[in-house]
Design a binder for this molecule. Sequence first.
Ligand SMILES: [Zn+2]
Length: 76
Amino acid sequence: MDPYTCPSCRNKMRFHIMDQQPVSVKLNPQTGEMIGYIDATDMMAQPYKGEARLVQCALCGLNGGEALFIKAAQRM
Ligand SMILES: [Zn+2]
């Protein structure tokens, strides 16, 4: 794991780490009931492109992708 620094308050120690585990589902449009999963052959759907890991500074509350905090640590 790389060092983090909050780019807002410069905290280097206390963070909330939220690992993303997206579940790609198909829902019934009327009821919201889950009817299946999106599979790799589904030409209508793009794969998940969001952050793999989100970080929140436990001191000032700044939220961002992990790269934001790693890059701040490399600059300081
Ligand atoms: Zn902060």
